[in-house]
Design a protein around this ligand. Structure first.
Ligand code: GDD
Ligand code: MN
Length: 392
């Protein structure tokens, strides 16, 4: 499931309320949300209720509220169930520059939105209402509930440390995120934890937490069953593989680059051997006259053909996925020119570091190896960042 990047410039915030059997809670929630939001962004927001065809006909009640609140949209999903996918479904039809979610059972106090909006305006990509940051609390939970909640956080810290550790309350279901941070990212959550999905798959740089107290449910009942715990674990494992794959893919790319580079060394040797046959010099001679123009020009030819070889390998294999939509002859020629330049600079770095290390008294073979590593890293990074531009 993807969220498009386009938004309606007059809509700052789209707030989704996922509901399942919440008809008693909805009227109070909607009127207090409207009171809070009218005070800060009048006419600049929309509220989207996504109901999964609740047996108590929450969707019908929601539709009746639209008469008094034109900023309210209602979706009745008939064939699907699930909190996280309901939220994405709402965001897919949202117009706002900021996307948000709040529970439909009044356990998330609407007033916290004011601080959350301020934090987004202050430059955060993601603002999370948090029970575990200073000033927040879980209210009056019994020890079993506290234990399960803490256990869920520990599990996330263990399986997804780089994500869960960014937040005190990674289990929160109340947050705002900039559309630009998740637009065009493939989201495929299972179960409840939409926040983990957003953190793992979005491009989130700045995260901020705002404290709140988790209120008691007065009407209706929680939909959490053991099934949600099972789904939670499956979701964590899925994210572990998805996030890990990104890292493996990056190493895979470097490996392909190195293989192409090695093939270039072979090509260089073959060309030099052919030239030595044609122009009658020996590759095995111990004393070469460096001033010999034919040898010098032969070497330049060998290097250039190796560069062409490497360009073809990188263009059609190493970086193929990054060239989609940029394959006109002119665009390829442009990349070829840039690659040539990068390689030339790479060669200068290679020779310079080699001479430096050799001068410092390093064994020649080691100096050469280090010089090759440094110049290969240079070639790779410069081409990755500027030539075959990739976000992955
Ligand atoms: N559309 C839809 N479909 N909504 C659902 C579904 C579903 O299958 N299941 C639950 N919801 C809605 C509920 O109606 C409610 O508005 C909200 O999602 C939260 O469900 P609860 O069952 O009340 O969950 P909770 O109170 O135990 O936990 C919530 O709050 C925590 C603290 O922020 C969840 O949002 C957790 O993810 C969150 O950690
Ligand atoms: Mn709840």
């Amino acid at each position: 499931m993807k969220i498009s990047a386009g938004f309606n410039p007059s809509c700052r915030l789209s707030l989704v309320i996922p509901t399942y059997n919440e008809r008693e809670n909805l009227p109070v929630l909607v009127s207090s949300l409207v009171a809070v939001l009218d005070a800060v962004i009048p006419d600049g927001y929309e509220i989207i209720i996504v109901d999964d065809d609740s047996p108590d006909r929450t969707w019908e009640l929601a539709q009746s509220l639209q008469v008094s609140y034109p900023q309210l949209q209602v979706v009745r999903r008939r064939r699907e169930r699930g909190l996280a996918t309901a939220v994405i479904c709402g965001w897919q039809m949202a117009g706002g520059e900021i996307l948000g979610v709040i529970d439909g059972d009044l356990q998330h106090p609407p007033a916290t939105l004011k601080q959350m909006l301020k934090a987004i305006e202050g430059g955060a990509d993601l603002v999370v209402a948090s029970r575990y940051t200073r000033g927040g609390s879980v209210g009056s939970w019994n020890s079993i509930r506290q234990f399960l909640s803490r256990g869920a956080v520990s599990l996330a810290l263990w399986l997804l440390p780089e994500i869960a550790s960014q937040l005190r309350d990674p289990m929160s279901g109340y947050f705002l995120v900039k559309r630009s941070a998740i637009a065009d990212c493939e989201l495929s959550p299972i179960g409840y934890k939409i926040l983990l999905e957003v953190m793992a798959r979005g491009n989130i740089d700045r995260v901020q937490e705002v404290p709140y107290t988790f209120l008691e449910r007065k009407e209706g009942s929680s939909k959490v069953t053991w099934r949600q715990y099972e789904q939670y674990i499956r979701h964590l494992i899925r994210l572990r593989f998805a996030v890990g794959k990104g890292k493996v893919a990056r190493w895979g790319r470097f490996l392909r680059f190195a293989v192409v580079g090695a093939s270039g060394v072979v090509v260089d040797f073959i060309v030099l051997t052919i030239c030595s046959q044609i122009f009658g010099f020996s590759l095995l001679a111990t004393k070469t006259n460096l001033g010999d123009v034919t040898i010098f020009l032969s070497k330049i030819l060998a290097v250039e053909i190796a560069i062409i070889n490497n360009f073809i390998g990188n263009e059609f294999w190493t970086f193929r996925d990054t060239t989609i939509g940029k394959t006109s002859f002119r665009q390829r020629l442009q990349r070829f020119g840039a690659f040539n330049l990068a390689c030339t600079i790479g060669a200068v770095i290679n020779i310079a570091t080699f001479s430096l290390f050799a001068k410092l008294g390093m064994v020649i073979a080691v100096a050469n190896l280090l010089a090759i590593i440094i110049s290969t890293a240079w070639n790779y990074l410069i081409n990755l960042k500027f030539n075959w531009r990739s976000d992955g």
